[in-house]
Design a protein around this ligand. Structure first.
Ligand code: G16
Length: 546
């Protein structure tokens, strides 16, 4: 046994793996019933230490959260040194170690990884970690702390913060003292950085009305209040609803971004009035959606696609005003993007757009290839990246007029306002607010850019979601055999129809997406595809019905 792993078996024995569960690192790490994750979280601690050693002692992050999922669930994911999601080749290691059946095997796997990756085990590993407000959080946190102790990790506990805050801290810790220094690695530093960038953009403009925030009864509630205290300006006047992080059974229930997107309805605790401005976070505040009601009381959703087009347009216009020619703005979307948004980006905005698989980790890598890459999933999860070449271009650009100089300054301020490590509800909210204030727009004016095709997202519970395999950025099923042909036949019946089926990477369910020319046709398509999935692929529980 390698001496570096001398304590692992002993600690591991305290956190035995449940024999009947196979764990898999999915869309956003491991996610399942919280109490079953003790061994997995412990082992993620071990692996984070090894990952840090493989990066010469740079800090690796660990977040314990199940974000939009039900309160009984929990999850864990690793964060790489620049605050980005864990490199994909290591996801396999996570799955492998999570499923080791004995303590000796855990040690063996660590040794194998260390050898395969040529890791210097004398390096002191560093890990920063945090959790959200879930009831299983304390149990999992102590399992994690055992994993870190077993590997003699130099560890920093950030307590209860949002997922994007932890990503931010990791990036700050690893860039400290370098030319890419990102900020101060603490909560005050986070609020200061984003608050100041926001005020730089909006000062002197007309004040907006109050923004009502549905915090999903999650960690976003206390954190957004601290953000408002730090900003301390009438430019950020908020009223936070769904703030109960103490009472069991409230997190994400009838509220939060996932509820609002799936039900296309305001959350509990928010009464819409026609001129009101509203947004929802999800349980760990990495997603955000806006919405409003018109004079007739009709609900209008401004989802991730609308945020993406708002931000991309604003950036494109600033680049044009600055007179910078070689700075392209591009947009990354997933199959869930509304067809109208994609057409608008291509045909009206004339911006380059590419598709990635579901999961911000996939979109992030596509956006990195663009000068300025705007990426948002329709569910409201996303951010903007300025790549190294864009930063150089901006640095070297010499403005020829005060108007150009102002546009360049605004581009810098926008970059400071963006959490480039990961999608972040609070930073994205400030970004949207800043753009709306600068344009003097209401939510209805923002919504006018294009009209969404009616869409519907359904969940079907099946016996085994692992039999669902996809290709073509998850828009085409290759398994179960024959099911894609059924989806195609159903879709062909509806004007502007589009539908696809994919297994969720965060919940034990299969997702069905559909859009079509009218609300009625869209719902007919969605429910007929969901029904076919249920009938032909081992549906469990209630058959989906309108
Ligand atoms: C996570 C991912 C998102 C993804 C979502 C749903 O969100 O970070 O990128 O869109 O899961 O994934 P799936 O459809 O595979 O279940 P969150 O907010 O739960 O972290």
């Amino acid at each position: 046994m390698t001496s570096s792993f001398a304590k692992v078996a002993e600690y591991s024995a305290k956190h035995p793996k449940p024999a009947d569960i196979t764990f898999a690192y999915g869309t956003a790490g491991f996610r399942t019933i919280g109490e079953t994750l003790e061994s997995t979280v412990f082992r993620c601690g071990l692996l984070a230490a090894l990952r840090s050693q493989s990066k010469q002692g740079r800090v690796i992050g660990i977040m314990i959260t199940a974000s939009h999922n039900h309160e009984r669930d929990n999850g864990v994911k690793l964060v790489d040194p620049m605050g980005e999601m864990l490199q994909q080749s290591w996801e396999g290691y996570c799955t492998e170690i999570a499923n080791a059946s004995t303590d000796a095997q855990v040690v063996e796997i660590l040794s194998e990884i260390a050898e395969a990756e040529g890791i210097d085990l004398s390096v002191t590993p560093k890990v920063a970690y945090a959790r959200d407000t879930r009831p299983s959080g304390p149990l999992l946190l102590s399992a994690l702390q055992d994993g870190l102790a077993a590997m003699d990790v130099d560890a920093t506990n950030y307590g209860i913060v949002t997922t994007p805050q932890l990503h931010f801290f990791v990036r700050c810790l690893n860039t400290k003292g370098s030319p890419a220094e990102y900020g101060e690695a603490n909560e005050a530093g986070y609020y200061r950085k984003y608050g100041q960038a926001f005020l730089r953009l909006v000062e002197g403009k007309p004040l907006p009305s109050t923004l009502y925030i549905d915090a999903a009864n999650g960690v976003g509630a206390p954190q957004v209040r601290k953000l408002a205290e730090a900003i301390n300006s009438p430019y950020f006047s908020i009223d936070v609803r769904n703030t109960d992080t103490e009472t069991l059974g409230k997190l994400n229930i009838d509220c939060g971004a996932d509820y609002v997107k799936s039900n296309q309805h305001q959350p509990r605790g928010i009464m819409l009035t026609p001129s009101g401005r509203y947004c929802s976070f999800d349980g760990d505040a990495d997603r955000i959606l806006y919405y409003y009601s018109d004079e007739c009381g009709t609900f209008h959703l401004l989802d991730g696609d609308k945020i993406s087009t708002l931000v991309a347009t604003y950036l494109r216009d600033l680049v044009a005003t600055a007179g910078i020619e070689d700075l392209d703005v591009g947009v990354v979307q997933t199959a869930y993007a509304n067809g109208s948004s994609t057409r608008y980006i291509k045909d009206t905005l004339k911006l380059h757009t590419v598709f990635a698989m579901t999961g911000v980790k996939y979109l992030h890598h596509e956006a990195e290839k663009m000068n300025i890459g705007v990426y948002f999933e329709a569910n409201g999860h996303g951010t903007v990246l300025f790549n190294a070449s864009a930063v150089n271009t901006l640095r070297e650009f010499v403005p020829a007029s005060p108007a150009q100089a102002e546009a360049v300054e605004r581009l810098w301020a926008l970059r400071d306002l963006i959490n480039e490590s990961v999608g972040d509800a609070m930073a994205d909210m400030l970004l949207v607010e800043a753009i709306l204030i600068c344009k003097g727009w209401t939510l209805a004016q923002w919504d006018e850019s294009y009209t969404d095709l009616p869409s519907r997202l359904l969940k079907v519970v099946v016996n085994d979601r692992n039999i669902f395999k996809t290709t073509n950025a998850e828009q085409t099923l290759t398994s179960p055999h024959g099911l894609q042909e059924v989806v195609d036949e159903l879709t062909a019946k509806f004007p502007k129809g589009r539908s696809f089926v994919r297994p969720s990477g965060t919940e034990d369910a299969v997702r069905v997406y559909a859009e079509a020319a009218t609300r009625g046709e869209c719902d007919q398509l969605a429910y007929s595809v969901a029904g076919a999935v249920f009938d032909k692929a081992g549906g469990r529980g209630e058959r989906p019905a309108e």
